[in-house]
Design a protein around this ligand. Structure first.
Ligand SMILES: [Zn+2]
Length: 375
């Protein structure tokens, strides 16, 4: 993956290239960006630039032996750490146990999110994490001599999922790394990373992709007409993962937004069979999908508030969807919006702590019934 394969973020690329050419590569860096921003893609392109045999002014060469290995993510000096979960023979799994799955998933979509990764592991209902065993494995990898490039690079995806014990073991190595070692932490949520880790890293902020850059990418790389691109750009809101989903959208498939609306209708009318069916359906999907649904619900709640009170040019929906939500929007108003958002956040929090999802979604439905009647 080269810088040219990463959408937008010109100034970030320039800054990274500049520090590499000046030989001022920081030992521990935090690539912080929201889902779909390309923070992982950027980390990989940067690692490739560092190990490339003929790096140019604007990008790695793309054709040397190092670049060809990076294309398959098999360069021996660039290793990855990512959340995993117990599966069959791996009761105390490490990243390396799932390296085949990892390479496949990242090559397929370097803009994937945590949920996509967990799903590709086929460990539905289990939550990935980075356990203490992993830090020992990182130390082992770093103790090996750099084979080819001079650098030893570890890309750690989702430090939010680091166990405290794993984080503690890694502190020393982040603080006093062996020469030419580069740690790249790739994260979405600053607050969910153990602060002793973040305080030891240099922050590289990756913003959501700008509408102009996303639009131009969709037109040039996916050969969309500007109007079709515009529709996707509005909905994707700077998230390329979302844009890819919309590109391959199957209209038959009921998406979370539609599910949310029908759930709200059941809650509003206190339709017990509807609420029971919804709780049942939700409890049968995986934990990560349930959390994703709540994130969609939170996103919609915010859009409703914007629709009711803010500048309409900020609304990122159109067509039939906009029509449906325009009718629903008044139900989230200034008298219940705070509580509405708080309850969704609370449910998300409890799901992360393995609450019984069927009971949780039923309870949440009763709360929503009360909230939706506040005028
Ligand atoms: Zn190269």
């Amino acid at each position: 993956m080269q810088f040219k394969d990463v959408i937008g973020h010109g100034p970030v690329k320039q800054r990274l290239i500049h520090s590499a050419r000046e030989n001022r590569v920081s030992h521990a860096q935090l690539f912080l960006g929201p889902e779909g921003s390309g923070n992982l893609a950027m980390a990989i392109a940067y690692a490739q630039y560092l190990v490339c045999e003929n790096p140019g002014d604007a990008d790695s060469c793309g054709s040397c032996a190092a670049c060809i290995k990076m294309k398959k993510l098999v360069h021996p000096d660039v290793t990855f750490t990512y959340p995993v979960a117990p599966k069959e023979k791996f009761s105390k799994p490490k990243s390396v146990d799932f390296v085949t799955e990892w390479r496949k998933a990242v090559i397929e979509n370097p803009y994937m999110n945590f949920n996509d990764w967990v799903e590709s592991l086929e460990i539905e209902n289990k939550q990935g994490s980075i356990a203490v065993e992993e830090s020992a494995d990182i130390l082992r990898r770093l103790s090996l001599k750099s084979v080819e490039s001079g650098y030893k690079i570890v890309i750690l995806w989702f430090p939010e999922k680091l166990h405290i014990s794993a984080a503690n073991k890694m502190l020393k190595i982040i603080e006093e790394p062996p020469d030419q070692t580069v740690f790249i932490l790739v994260a979405e949520n600053h607050e969910k990373i153990i602060s002793t880790i973040t305080s030891r890293t240099q922050l590289i902020k990756i913003n959501r992709i700008s509408d102009e850059e996303m639009s131009s990418w969709l037109v040039h790389k996916h050969e969309l007409l500007p109007d079709a691109a515009k529709k996707i750009v509005h909905r994707a809101d700077g998230n390329y993962r979302e844009a890819l989903l919309l590109l391959n959208h199957d209209p038959e498939e009921e998406d979370d937004a539609k599910l949310f609306l029908s759930w709200m209708r059941s809650c509003l009318k206190f339709n017990m069979p509807g609420i029971a069916e919804f709780s049942e359906t939700m409890s049968k999907t995986g934990r990560e999908k349930q959390k994703l649904f709540l994130q969609t619900a939170l996103h919609i709640a915010r859009e409703c508030i914007v629709m009711n009170y803010a500048d309409h040019s900020m609304i990122r929906m159109d067509g039939k969807e906009l029509e449906d939500f325009r009718r629903f929007a008044p139900f989230v108003n200034k008298n219940n919006a705070d509580e509405f958002v708080e309850e969704l956040n609370k449910a998300h929090f409890h799901l992360e702590r393995n609450a019984n999802s069927k009971i949780l979604f039923a309870d949440l439905s009763f709360t929503m019934n009360r909230l939706l009647h506040i005028k």
